[in-house]
Structures are given as structure tokens and as C-alpha cells.
Write a protein that binds this ligand. Sequence first.
Ligand SMILES: *[C@@H]1O[C@H](CO)[C@@H](O)[C@H](O)[C@H]1NC(C)=O
Ligand SMILES: *[C@@H]1O[C@H](CO)[C@@H](O)[C@H](O)[C@H]1NC(C)=O
Length: 617
Amino acid sequence: MAIRSSSSDGRTRSSVSIIIVVGLCCFFYVLGAWQRSGFGKGDSIALQVTQRTKCSISPNLNFETHHGGSGSLSDLGISEAKSFKPCADKYTDYTPCQDQQRAMTFPRDNMIYRERHCPTDDEKLYCLIPAPKGYVAPFPWPKSRDFVPYANVPYKSLTVEKAVQNWVQYEGDVFRFPGGGTQFPQGADKYIDQLASFIPIANGTVRTALDTGCGVASWGAYLLKRNVLAMSFAPRDSHEAQVQFALERGVPAVIGVLGSIKLPYPSRAFDMAHCSRCLIPWGANDGLYLKEVDRVLRPGGYWVLSGPPINWRNNYKAWQRTKEDLEEEQRKIEDVAELLCWEKISETLEFAIWRKRINDESCPGRQDETHTNMCKSTNPDDAWYKKMEPCLNKYPKVSSAEEFAGGELKPFPERLSAIPPRIARGYVPGVSVKSYQEDKQKWHEHVQAYKKINKLLDTGRYRNIMDMNAGLGSFAAAIESPKLWVMNVVPTIADIYTLGVIYELGLIGIYHDWCEAFSTYPRTYDLIHANGVFSLYKNKCKMEDILLEMDRILRPEGAVIFRDEVEVLIKVKKMVSGMRWNTRLVDHEDGPLVPEKILVAVKQYWVGGNTSKTDER
Ligand SMILES: *[C@@H]1O[C@H](CO)[C@@H](O)[C@H](O)[C@H]1NC(C)=O
Ligand SMILES: *[C@@H]1O[C@H](CO)[C@@H](O)[C@H](O)[C@H]1NC(C)=O
């Protein structure tokens, strides 16, 4: 539904009274605990909770429609929470680290100006990003793949600029995505069919994909029904809001660019990488960008290139380029592919496909350090703000020519429940097969408990889900369903080796530092899971910086599940009450004695324009 569903008065009133009852109940618990023990004594607080109160948890909080006005705990006045004001309407599409004005102060060569450049502390906005007037909840998947409400992304520039290429059309008050793309005039489905005759997409061998320069992510959108999960990226550039369109469609995407910094993904992650007319100069800089693709491609992974210079003999006129120029560009790409020891699978129709070898046994050239510049860095997963280098990463060692370097993966979905090779081989410090299995079991139980708290969790109500501190990906594994996808974020100050495990499970994710803004547009996630985030960042940056960023990326009426020590959650609860969020504190599923608790929150619906006085439209 594009229209916000409105519940009947009766339903609203009953949920309001439930909230008030639960709120009062929890308020007295907090007050009692607070007066007696003060902060920083999780265990004793938890104990007192049990003694003083018997807060039975209402299972009926309505996550579907929160129209504000319901009494939340903090409104009852533990102490005055700071109230955050809306930002000016011009910030409705603010992307702090990809801001046009700041970008223009950086060099344009190698796309450096399109990379992440975040505001300094005194440039940060301490206000709430407003939704545009008329904002509505997106259509449910799969309708959202093809239709996006105009009010949510009110820019028609793409429909004009890419009109001939059939990317997107404007019809009434919605955008329609016919599934076209610059390189697939007959639709993305047909194009994927053609790829599938060379790449094992159908039998689960290829599960994770990377789309470089994705446009509105139609390739990723149509791969989903084949059970392939694509991480798409495009810079924030003149075709406004490509990545925002992708996320509004319910397709995974981030703002990103191949410039001078490594991609924020671990080594050996993707089963397939793809570029269709993505404008990345693959042959330039000694093949720097192809070497970066080689880093993130797993042994046996595929690289697909369509658009210039492929099939230049037929296309050079349409592309308005000379034959010589295009031939030279292709020669350079072939040279780098040869250096990388990639095997050319095919060059037919409008695309070419290479495959990264499963190990380097048949690549004496690649191992020869006198001729090849091997990377000095011992950790190819360490990518956050690290400069790309024109060097090759070593394959993990194998004992036979048939063995997959780093370990062979089961086809999806078996892959999701198998022990990931990086765990089996002890690649993640401190994580054994046994502790991995325990983590999975623990998160299975946590997610069962979440589903009791929020009955809408796996109904399709929440499509774009973010796990801010994903660890081994066990939350995403437990919640996995074709109705949703999870962006597994591994904080750069946590154990970064776990992101490789997440990809081995057939899930996707990214590195990020939560002291900075995430590479996405506002209102792009329906549900955010924040496990231990505020304990992790305790002395790293301000809690309000992180919470304001969460407010930016969360949709109106979207939900957050925090999981942390109770004293941390009490501070969070207080702060978000000044951000127009409704909250409820819930005990751990093992009972109130456990100091770890859950805080669930729902962002109220409000939009920009002349609404500054009230929370409600
Ligand atoms: C999937 O298909 C490819 C190509 O046809 C084949 O080589 C591979 O063995 C298949 N994998 C499974 C698990 O069936
Ligand atoms: C907001 O209010 C001002 C004055 O009250 C008015 O001039 C302006 O048009 C209003 N803007 C919107 C978006 O309604």
C-alpha cells in the first residue's frame, strides 16, 4: 500500500492504553532501580527489577501504525530529555559524507571528490532530517520492485535523462521501473537469462554479487527472484538519487564509487561482480580497479563486463568513439585479466565473462614475485579508508590443483547452515566451530523472542533491514527470508574478520565506522538492529551522533531493536524520546535477571514543511 494505513480509533486507543500501562510499569521499575542503585550497576538493577516489579510484557504493541501522541516512558518525565528540532527542508536528502558542496572542494581525478568526505564535528547537523511532504510507506515487495511513490523521491531528472534507455517512467504519482537498463533494452530478466547460460546462477553456486555503478539497480532487483543477493553501488552524482531509488524499490544498495580507496568489503567475498556500462576505466592506472575486483572476488568467482568496449566493432558509432580508442581499451583490460590469471569464459552478444581461477596452481605468472607486484599488506580484509594499491593479493594455499583456495562453498541455501570455511580453518581469531554454533543457536533464540515482541517482523512489513553490529551474521541467518534482506554492518572497531564469514554464509554486508554517517540516503531502512552498538562505541564518539544518524536512515514508522546492558538502554531511551521515537523496554527472553535487555522503538510519522510545532502531520 502506498497509503499509510490508518487504524480504527478503537485499536489506536487500546494500543495507547497498553503503552501507558507498560510505560508506567516500566517507569516505576526504572525509577526504583535508579534511585536505589544509580547507573552502572546492571546486575543489581536487574535484580531489583525482579524484586520490585512484575512487569508483564504486552504482546500487542502496534508496530504498524504509530501516529504519535502515545505516552512513552520518557514523556512521563524521568528528567527532561533534550529535544531535537527538525532540520530545514533543504536537508530532506542529506547524505553527510557525500555532500555536493564538500565534494567540490576535493580533486576530481580518480573520482576522489565522489568518495566519502564526512563533516567535521562542528559541521555536523544536530537536527532531525525531515521526510518530504506527502511521504508514504513504500509498496510491499515485490510491487516495490516496479513502483515507487513519487512523493518519496521527487526527482524527475532520471526519467528525462534516461528516457530512451527505459530505466524509469513517471506515471501519475508513481515512478514505474520497467526493468530496463542502458545495457539491457529487452529488460534485466532477459539479460540475466543470457548470463545464466554461462554462469551457474540457477543452482545456487552463485549467491552473492557486486554491481559496480548500478544505476537504479534493476540488475540486482531481478537477480533476487533467482536467489542471488547483489550489493549494488553508485556514486551520488548528477543522475540524482539512483541509490535512493534502488532502496525505495527494496533492493540492497549503497552510495559508493571506485576511486582511490578500497571498496568497504572483505577479500574473497563475492561470487560474481558485474559492470554494465558503469563508466569505470578498467584498463586505466595499471588495472588498479580490476585488481580491486580481484581482491573482493572469491576464487572461482565471475566478472561480467557489458557496454564499452565490449563488442566495439558493432557499437563504436552508437558510442561516438573511434575503433582505435575502443580496441586499445579492450586490449588493456585483456592484459590485466591475463596478469590476474582470469580465465575468459565467453565473449558473445554484448557482454564478456571472465572467471577468477579457483587457486593459483595453474598461474605461475601470478605467483612469480620478481615480475608481479604482490601486496605487502598481510591483511587483505583491512579496507576501511585504505588506499587501493596496484598489487595482487595472494591466494590461500591449496594442496591440490582441484581444491578451492580458502575452501569450497556449498550451493545456497545449504551454505547458510554449513560451517563457513573461514570458521572451520580458524581464520577468525577467537572463534571456534563450537563457539560459532553457539552464536548461531543464541541468535536463533533471540530472533524467536523478537518475533514475539514484534509480530510483524517476518510478514514483509520490514524489507530493508540493517544490523549495525552484525558479528558473525547470525541475526541475519536466523531471520533470512525472501521477503527481506539484511545489510550486515561490521564496525571497523569490531572484529573485521567476521565480514568474510558473513559472505561465506551467502549474506551480504559492509564495513562501517558508526562515528560517521553511513553511505546511504535518508529513510532507506525499515528496521535497524543495534546489538551492543553503544557499549562498543562508549568512549569513541557521542551517543547522540549515532542516534541521529539512525534517525536519518530510518523510515518514518520504521522500527529499531536495541540490545544492550540495561544502563546503556536507559540512556538511549531518554535521548530518543527527544527524537520523536516511541519506545518500550523489554526483558531478555531468559528473564528479568539478565542485565542485557531489549529496547524497541518506533519512529513517529512526520514530514517537513510547516509542521514544526507538532509531531503530527
Ligand atoms: C551448478 O552448475 C554448474 C554449471 O552447470 C556445475 O559446474 C556445478 O557443478 C553445479 N553445482 C551444483 C552444486 O549442482
Ligand atoms: C510555510 O509557511 C509560510 C508562512 O506561514 C508560507 O509562506 C509557506 O508557503 C509555507 N510553506 C509550505 C511548504 O507550506
